[in-house]
Structures are given as C-alpha cells and as structure tokens.
Design a protein around this ligand. Structure first.
Ligand code: PLP
Length: 477
C-alpha cells in the first residue's frame, strides 16, 4: 500500500506503509497460526475470552501513536483534543456499565492491566508497610492481593505492604469469614481485599464491609473475573459497599487487555472522599507513564457492548454453561470444589481420581483443550496442584450452549481416562515420567483420535473477531 500523498516516500520510510504480511512474514505467520489455534481448540481458561472485531480495530488503531500523560483537559502534551474525548467516553461508559452515579463514583481507565490497577489502588489507599488482608493464592486469590510464601514475598503487594491472607475453609472450599474476622481483630488491617482468580462462589460483601469497618479499613473489591457478570446482574455488585473496585477488562467483560480503578467520591455516609486525587495520582505519575490510548478506545467499545441486552444474554448463558459443565462432570462422579459453581468457572478437584492438575493439563493441551492446572485448598505441594480451573466465558462467546458443554464434559472425561492410562502404564506418578510416556503406547492413538474429534467439534462453532476462512497459515500442533 502507498500513501495517498503527492510527495514521494523516502526509501528509508518505505516500511511504514506495508502490511504485516509483507513487512514481517515471520510474525504474520505466527499471528495466523495463533488464530488457527484459537479457532481449533476448546478454550476453557476461565480468565480468557474472545473479544470483538470492533474492539480489535480500535486496539490496532493509530491512537497508539499519541502521548497523553495526565487526564482529559489537563495533559502534559498537546494534540489531545480527540484523545480527551476517547478517554472521557471510556470513563462515561465504564460508570454506565455498572450503573454508577458520576456524583458518587469516579473511574480511572488508564491502568495497563489488572495487576497495575491493583498496585495503583494500593498505592492510593496505603502508606508503605500498611497492613492488608486478601484471599490467599492457594485458596483462589490473586498474586496482587498480598501473595507471599513462607520463604518469600512474591508480589510487590507483599513486598511493600504487610500481608496476612485469609483462606477458604479446608473442608468446604468456601471462604472462612469467621476466621477472617478473628484474624483481622489481631492484625488490624488498613485494607481488606476481596476478589479471586479461582473461586466459584459469590461474595458476602456485607460481612467483608463489617470486618473493614471494625478496623477503619478500606474495602477493595477486585472483580476482574466476574465484572461482566456483575454488569449483567448475574453476580452481586460490590459497589454499594466497597470504597474502591478494580477490574481487568479482558475476562468476562470481553474487552482488550487493560485495567480499571473505580473509586468512591462520596462515602456511604455522604461525606466526600479524597480518593479521586489519590487514585489518579497513583496511576500517573506514581506507577505509570503515558496511557495506551488505543487500548482505552478499545475498552470504551467493549463497554458500549456491555451495556446492551445482548451482553446480558451472553452473561446469563456463561453461568448456565458453567453450571451445565459442573453438573455433567459431577454426574460422572468427579468432585467440584464447593460442590458446583455460582459464576463462570468450575474448580475441579482431581485428587479423588489420583491425578494432578499438571497431568490433565498436559493431556488437554495434546487434544486441543486449553485449560490450566490450579491449586485446590489443602494441596501440600504448590508444584503439583491438585486440580484444574475450567471456565465458560470464551466458548460462550463462540455460541456454545448447555448441551455443548455436556459434550465438553465428555471430552474432558476422556482426557482424564487417557491421563490415567498413561500414569498406570508408566508405573510412576512423577510428571517427567508421565511427560515422556505420552507419545508412546496405546494412549498415543487415543490422543490422536480425541484430538481429531475435538478439532472438528471446535471448528463447527462461529469464531468471534475474525473470519477463520481467511487464515493463511494452518498447522496441526
Ligand atoms: N486480579 C484478578 C482477580 C485476576 O484474576 C487477575 C488476572 O488473572 C488480575 C487481577 C491481573 O490482571 P492482569 O493479568 O491484567 O495483570
């Protein structure tokens, strides 16, 4: 493609108007192969989704060229008249998506991701070494909620703040709110964080607010996983009770990869807060530089979609599909942590069938099912998690319904049987022995057959965002 200009293009600038395919065939090929992989696999990672063509168009737009440090109307760079409108539109839509009164809530839409949103939120609310309580990672919590092990402070949220996690009840897998309250009475946190990456139940925000109030602490809800469900009224909203709410935009919200921080402008008793200036300052200049304007535009597009009745239907179907999957697996005798799900994901405890999450993940990878191994409460080894996390958001974007998820459960069951066959034949439970054995013996043929069936099944569903018929490179993997 050439520029529609009268002047000739300098030879050293010729690369600026060529397509990716022409300019960098090596990278183009990888992008095409990844598209084909997404199309050919059953995408069950609970934190992933397939975003729309319109979102990807905005994300790949020339808005990426612009610097706009600061906020709309108060930038450190010129030329931001349209970028200001982009960011303001995104802010308005973010508040509208969660039905928030702009007099009571504000939002910063600049965080690059959920992790940076969380660290900026902590920076806004806390001083170094202040005490925080979040759900422990092995209980389903996220790294950024203060994760540390006995030997090491892993997350910067544990390095710069003092963290005492709370956990799920080791018998039921449900959050142990009584113990959280007891421990908080001793630890006296400045911030209580709720939200999770691998928890299949809804939250008791009243209880958490009560604990925070007992210590004059902030309550922050990280709704990264369930924000799409909350916007669609498919999970309880924390906005009535929380001081700050953070989210990613690429999970159930189905946008591009980014983060948002919502902050109260007015306390529940009607007094003003200073959170607006604290949050805005924490994002820039404390933790970030120039906003990614292309991403902010793409978030705005996704939030427009979130506010539609169609998105509500989508979110309802996500929950129905997750429940159908949990029921179908349970009917086959498998154990779901907490006995089922209220939301978009299922945490599947594989310990009763004497399999680890790593082994099932490995077999699933080989048969075109994408999911992830996950710790299950009570696991003794972090290196060998006892379960897998399975989510419905992505395949629901591909128009899967309950009956399709029953079929997915059947495929998963066959993957378990293959994994057990390999483990038994290998005569050892070690992962290395297992990995070495997967392409040998009778199980190798089972893998091939199952993969073929799954591929055909996956490719029979629509693909959001791009047309699979136009994919130029295809590779069986
Ligand atoms: N918060 C929660 C609850 C998450 O599950 C995640 C990611 O999975 C994050 C924050 C971090 O988001 P990101 O990967 O965009 O940094």
């Amino acid at each position: 493609m050439s520029t529609p200009s009268a002047k000739p293009v300098d030879s050293w600038n010729a690369c600026l108007n060529t397509s990716l395919e022409q300019e960098d065939p090596e990278m183009f090929r990888l992008v095409e192969l990844e598209k084909y992989r997404q199309y050919s696999c059953l995408e069950l990672i609970a934190s992933e989704n397939f975003t729309s063509q319109a979102v990807m168009e905005a994300n790949g737009s020339p808005l990426t060229n612009k610097y706009s440090e600061g906020l709309p109307g108060a930038r450190y760079y010129g030329g931001n008249e349209y970028i200001d409108q982009v960011e303001n539109l995104c802010r308005t839509r973010a508040l509208a998506a969660f039905e928030l009164d702009p007099a009571v809530w504000g939002v910063n839409v600049q965080p690059y991701s959920g992790s940076t949103a969380n660290f900026s939120a902590l920076t806004a609310m806390l001083a170094p070494h202040d005490r925080i309580m979040g759900l422990d990672l092995p209980s389903g919590g996220h790294l950024t909620h203060g994760y540390q092990t006995a030997k090491k402070k892993i997350s910067s949220s544990a390095i710069y703040f003092e963290s005492l996690p709370y956990q799920v009840d080791m018998k039921t897998g449900v959050i142990d709110y009584d113990r959280l309250e007891q421990n908080a009475a001793l630890f006296r946190p400045k911030l209580v964080i709720c939200g999770a990456s691998a928890y299949a139940r809804d939250w008791d925000y009243e209880r958490l607010r009560k604990v925070a109030d007992q210590h004059g602490a902030f309550l922050m809800a990280d709704i990264a996983h369930i924000s799409g469900l909350i916007a669609a009224h498919e999970q309880k909203s924390p906005f009535e009770l929380a001081d700050v709410v953070t989210t990613t935009t690429h999970k159930t919200l189905r946008g591009p990869r980014a983060g948002l921080i919502f902050f109260r402008k007015v306390n529940r008793d009607g007094t003003p807060t200073d959170l607006e200036s604290r949050v805005n300052m924490a994002v820039f200049p404390s933790n970030q530089g120039g906003p990614h304007n292309n991403t902010i535009a793409a978030v705005a597009v996704a939030l427009k979609q979130v506010a539609t009745p169609a998105f509500r239907q989508y979110a309802q179907q996500v929950r129905k599909n997750a429940a159908a999957l949990a029921n179908a697996l349970t009917a086959k005798g498998y154990k779901m942590v907490t006995g089922g799900t209220d939301n978009h994901l299922v945490l599947w405890d594989l310990r009763p069938v004497k399999l680890t999450g790593s082994k099932l993940e490995k077999i699933c990878d080989l048969v075109n099912i994408t999911l992830n191994k996950n710790a299950v409460h009570g696991d003794t080894s972090a290196l060998s998690p006892g379960g897998v996390r399975v989510g419905a958001p992505a395949l629901t974007s591909r128009s899967f319904k309950e009956a399709d998820f029953v079929q997915v459960a059947e495929f998963l069951h066959r993957a378990v049987l293959i994994a057990l066959k390999i483990q038994d034949a290998a005569g050892s439970k070690m992962m290395k022995v297992f990995s070495d054995a997967v392409d040998k013996g009778a199980a190798a043929e089972d893998i091939k057959i199952l993969k073929k069936e799954i591929e055909a099944f996956a490719r029979s569903f629509p693909m959001p965002g791009f047309n699979p018929a136009t994919i130029k490179y295809k590779e069986e993997h």
